[in-house]
Design a protein around this ligand. Structure first.
Ligand code: PLP
Length: 413
């Protein structure tokens, strides 16, 4: 197996814990020899990985810079202030909280800051691409709040904005949530702000997916419109696994207290340092070019899938994300995904609005980080069609994928 990053880390593990080292090497090998099309994944930079594997992992730091419950926080305080300042500058926000352990924790804290149990919340329904934190009965959100779901238009697949306004007028929610796990188009934040103002609701933008595109100037920024923006740092943004919250100065204290002490304990200082690194990287011209390439690649991939006969939801994409129905090729989403996985193309299934069928969800963030461009997306689209139709043996397709990704190692050298 090949060592694809941080060989010194692997050497330490190989000496001390070969069993775990083998697992690490196996996963590194899997990532380098299969095609990563999961829309929520990316390859972090070696600098982000270095911060994650640093001694900052040892530090307990409950509270906020300058007001910690533990001693010895003077150095990690600087790291958190740096992450906060970089996040504020990157997204034009008055306040940033970078402590959320995940996207879900960020949403939980946003609700805790603005809502009381039993409040009504209007969000994209789960069958249309809403996240579990947008009212699933299996999640705290569905148990503690009264969620009303809006949907997408059956014909166009676009958010049914008329329905949003009608439901808001009928239910007078305390908060409106916009954001999705699978919506491939830009969201009209100005519209949501207008509706929220009309009915006296807070607007929460869950920008977990597009926030990296926002950083690179390739998607609209929700910050000027939403009261609170929740996000993940590990998708297109290419940072460590984690969350963050952006808001205006007037909500800063409520948001901070909702994160700690209300929903979390000690901050993960190694992750916060890694977030600072990622925000620094995202502020560079190279990242702007990357974000635009991610979208260009997704557009070519969407067109390629359509050319192969899949039905691409909304007819295309504005983002890193493509969702498609393989039914015209004679297979359902689960079967198609199984064939693609056997061929080394790693992706997810997703709900298909207005049907009981499962579709396919894929994204271009990771492949673009590897350096793939439109030519590779065209090649992937063709191979995708062959695999889903069962025209090519999975072993042969697997070799083709291995040859393709072999030219784009995620961690060269
Ligand atoms: C819209 C949205 N919100 C929240 C989350 C939750 O993020 P996490 O998995 O980090 O909890 C996701 C994750 O994909 C998401 O897409």
């Amino acid at each position: 197996m090949s060592v694809t990053h941080a060989p010194e880390t692997v050497d330490v593990l190989l000496r001390q814990d070969p069993e775990l080292a083998e697992i690490l090497l196996g996963e590194a090998d899997r990532q380098a020899t299969t095609l990563q099309l999961i829309a929520a994944e990316n390859f972090t930079s070696p600098a982000v990985l270095a911060a994650l594997g640093s001694p900052l992992a040892n530090k307990y730091a409950e509270g906020y810079p300058g007001a910690r419950h533990h001693g010895g926080c003077e150095i990690v305080d600087v790291a958190e202030r740096l992450a906060v300042e970089r996040a504020k500058a990157l997204f034009g926000a008055e306040h940033a909280n970078v402590q959320s352990h995940s996207g879900s924790s960020a949403v939980l804290a946003a609700y805790a800051a603005l809502l009381r149990p039993g409040d009504t919340v209007l969000a994209l329904g789960l069958p249309y691409g809403g996240h579990l934190t947008h009212g699933s009965p299996a999640n705290f959100s569905g148990r503690w709040f009264d969620f009303v779901g809006y949907g997408v238009d059956a014909e166009t697949g676009l958010i049914d904005y008329d329905q949003v306004r009608t439901l808001a007028r009928t239910h007078r929610p305390k908060a409106l949530v916009c954001g999705s796990i699978a919506y491939p188009r830009h969201i009209d934040y100005a519209f949501f702000r207008d509706v929220a103002d009309e009915v006296g609701a807070y607007l929460i933008a869950d920008a977990a997916h597009p926030i990296g595109l926002v950083a690179g100037g390739a998607a609209p920024n929700p910050v000027p419109y939403a009261d609170v923006v929740c996000a993940t740092t590990h998708k297109v943004l290419r940072g460590p696994r984690g969350g963050m919250i952006l808001c205006g100065g007037e909500l800063a204290e409520r948001v901070d207290r909702a994160v700690f002490p209300f929903t979390q304990g000690g901050a993960q200082m190694h992750t916060i340092a890694a977030k600072a690194v990622a925000f620094g990287e995202a502020a560079t011209p190279a990242f702007t070019a990357y974000a635009h390439q991610v979208v260009a690649n997704a557009r070519v991939l969407a067109a390629g899938l359509a050319a192969e006969g899949l039905v691409v939801t909304t007819g295309g994409t504005d983002t890193h994300l493509v969702t498609a129905d393989p039914a015209p090729l004679g297979v359902d989403g689960r079967t198609a995904r199984g064939r693609l996985l056997a061929a080394g193309m790693v992706l997810d299934c997703c709900a298909l609005p207005h049907t009981d069928a499962r579709g396919l969800r894929l994204g271009t963030a990771a492949a673009t980080t590897q350096g793939m461009g439109e030519a590779e997306m065209t090649r992937i689209g063709v191979l995708f069609g062959q695999v889903v139709r069962g025209e090519i043996e999975s072993q042969k397709a697997r070799e083709e994928v291995r040859e393709l990704v072999g030219g784009f190692p995620p961690y060269p050298g």
